[in-house]
Ligand binder design. Structure first.
Ligand code: FAD
Length: 380
């Protein structure tokens, strides 16, 4: 039975200076952020903030200098993420591009695609959405039906995507589409391909879906004879499943999988100091956060070494989700005295309680992740 491996690591020697620079920047940039902005955290979309992050060299930090990247280490990037998440910075306008679309284009894109997209992502001027889920294909993603058919000079797309976060605010989407009819459900992973789709394309309709908080967080997208040129195919036609699942390992590994609710703890700390029962409970919360951080850093280290820590990443997301979705908000709700809690903390607690419902769904559901862990441990 294959085991789990979490080697202890620390952030690099450059970390304290980088952290200080980030904290100064975020204190200034975040002066006007409301509890709503901070509670929404990495789903929050703010182009101007993203452009400023880009100007400071914090997008594409690890990418090759030949494409405008910073050639810094994955651990330095980790420090940037930690600091942004800790204050609930609205990072969504560059987040997907930095985390997965940019790396995918660098790894498998054509030279033309790299020249077109990478510098714009680094400057914070091209925002990406993730086009995986469909109305009847979420956990069972490979059953997706949105078709791209060959036509002269490119492809014609018909079908629907759903739950596409921030698509109405983004520029492009990387869509996983069916390029070969697959009548045998056992072979459903074959015949899929990835495309760069311009979200302003003719025939493409984006309909926002309200979330529990009342925000237009995600969307349904309808493709009605949308034309995409050949130059927008990413990687190899027919290899989309392998490409997309490799991307998911990056999506599940980062500190965003346990730190989404941290701004609530920071906001509530002053008031918790006045509650006699709080010290032990807060100590337990922080001890758990410290353990999760070590596990998450271990995964980041393995990714930096070119390994594929799929089961460890799934475990961090699963255990991390429990902490950010349940343990942290519920502990704080139990500890705070409503009569004495400032309205902005109460507001943040309310929003996070609602938003946190989604944490165990987005990026792969809790049940699916547990299935991956069990299978990889040889338990099923
Ligand atoms: C906030 C948020 C943002 C999102 N953003 C995006 C995005 O940008 N792009 C995108 O493509 N998608 C996005 N998604 C969609 C997300 O990936 C899907 O919701 C997720 O994959 C689950 O699919 P589903 O909603 O169809 O649920 P289903 O697959 O129908 O699952 C419903 C329930 O059944 C359980 N279940 C399903 N199959 C099994 C099984 N085999 N064994 C045990 N239990 C099972 C699931 O765990 C879940 O609890 C987002 C979702 C959320 C909540």
């Amino acid at each position: 039975m294959a085991g789990l491996r979490f080697d202890l690591r620390d952030t690099p020697p450059e970390a304290p200076a980088l952290r200080a620079e980030l904290r100064a920047f975020l204190a200034e940039a975040g002066r006007e952020w409301t509890p709503m902005v901070r509670a929404y955290s990495w789903m929050g979309f703010d182009r101007e903030f993203t452009r400023e992050v880009g100007r400071r060299g914090w997008i594409g930090m690890t990418w090759p200098a030949a494409h405008g990247g910073g050639e810094r280490t994955a651990m330095e990037r980790y420090v940037v993420l930690e600091e942004m998440l800790a204050v609930g910075a609205p990072v969504a306008a560059h987040w997907i591009g930095d985390r997965q679309s940019g790396p995918l284009i660098l790894r498998l894109g054509t030279e033309e695609q790299r020249r077109e997209f990478i510098p714009r992502i680094i400057r914070g001027e091209c925002a990406f959405a993730i086009g995986l889920s469909e109305p009847d294909s979420g956990s069972d993603l490979a059953s997706l039906r949105t078709r791209a058919e060959r036509v002269p000079g490119g492809w014609r797309i018909n079908g629907r995507k759903v739950w596409t976060t921030n698509a109405h605010r983004c520029d492009f989407m990387i869509a996983l589409l069916r390029t070969e009819a697959q009548p045998d459900p056992k072979l459903k992973h074959q015949g899929l391909s990835q495309f760069l789709v311009d979200l302003r394309s003719s025939g493409l309709t984006i309909r926002p879906i309200l979330d529990l908080v009342g925000e237009e967080g995600f969307n349904e997208i309808t493709f009605d004879d949308v034309f995409v040129p050949d130059s927008m195919v990413v990687g190899e036609v027919g290899q989309g499943w392998k490409q997309a699942t490799a991307e998911l390992a990056f999506e599940r590994a980062g500190p965003e999988r346990y730190l989404s609710s941290l701004p609530l703890l920071t906001a509530a700390l002053d008031d918790l100091r006045a509650e006699p029962a709080a010290a032990e409970a807060v100590g337990r919360l922080l001890a758990r956060a410290g353990t999760l951080r070590q596990m998450s850093l271990a995964v980041a280290g393995m990714l930096q070494e070119g390994k594929a820590p799929e089961r460890e990443a799934a475990l961090v997301k699963d255990v991390g989700n429990d902490w950010e979705q349940i343990t942290l908000p519920e502990t704080i709700r139990d500890l705070l005295d409503p009569a004495r809690t400032p309205p902005q903390v109460t507001e943040m607690l309310g929003i996070i309680t609602m938003v946190a419902r989604s944490y165990s769904l987005r990026g792969g559901t809790r049940e699916i992740l547990r299935g991956i862990i069990a299978r990889q441990l040889g338990l099923r």
